[in-house]
Write a protein that binds this ligand. Structure first.
Ligand code: MN
Length: 172
């Protein structure tokens, strides 16, 4: 068991606890180190009771996950609420399908973007614990620099913000 932020870190325990893998097509997942490989990121559009975009960054053998109700925005002046949710298995990054009625998160999941991410922090673990992450996305839709900032000590409430660079675009 490792301490991470203000929660006890047990890989995928929360994720598995919410699901009955006999009744949902989602992966159960494995955890472990994935040394040397580029880190993946994925955004899944999830038509649950409230439509949202699940933003996931691979780290230490799991996908750190945030649910973003309005999805990412390319305008650096726009801050998008990102609710930190339980870690997901790396295998979840290629999941598309329908979570059955009555199951946790029931509704359709589709891949919205996928690629690699690179931390721009000197210590990614420290930046994550601090709730102040800077990184670059190399996706099909999203590119360039981004920030994830925790604004609440409860660990749940973060903001996803585009950093000014050549990929930024004013929404006005
Ligand atoms: Mn979701």
């Amino acid at each position: 068991m490792r301490e991470r932020a203000n929660v006890t870190f047990m890989p995928l325990e929360l994720y598995r606890g919410k699901r009955n893998f006999g009744n949902t097509p989602e992966p159960r997942g494995r955890t472990g180190k994935r040394g040397g490989r580029a880190l993946s990121f994925v955004i899944q559009k999830h038509a649950a009771s409230h439509l949202h975009y699940d933003f996931r960054l691979e780290l230490h053998g799991v996908l750190l996950s945030w649910a973003i109700p309005k999805g990412p925005c390319l305008d650096p002046d726009v801050k998008r609420l990102a609710v930190h949710v339980e870690d997901h298995p790396v295998a979840y990054g290629s999941f598309e399908g329908v979570i059955p009625k009555g199951q946790y998160g029931a509704g359709a999941v589709m891949l919205w973007d996928k690629g690699e991410w690179r931390s721009l922090d000197t210590d990614v673990e420290k930046a994550y614990k601090k709730g102040d992450m800077k990184f670059e996305l190399l996706g099909k839709k999203l590119h360039g620099k981004w920030k994830l900032i925790r604004i609440n000590k409860d660990d749940k409430t973060w903001l996803l913000i585009k950093t000014k660079d050549r990929y930024a675009k004013s929404a006005k």
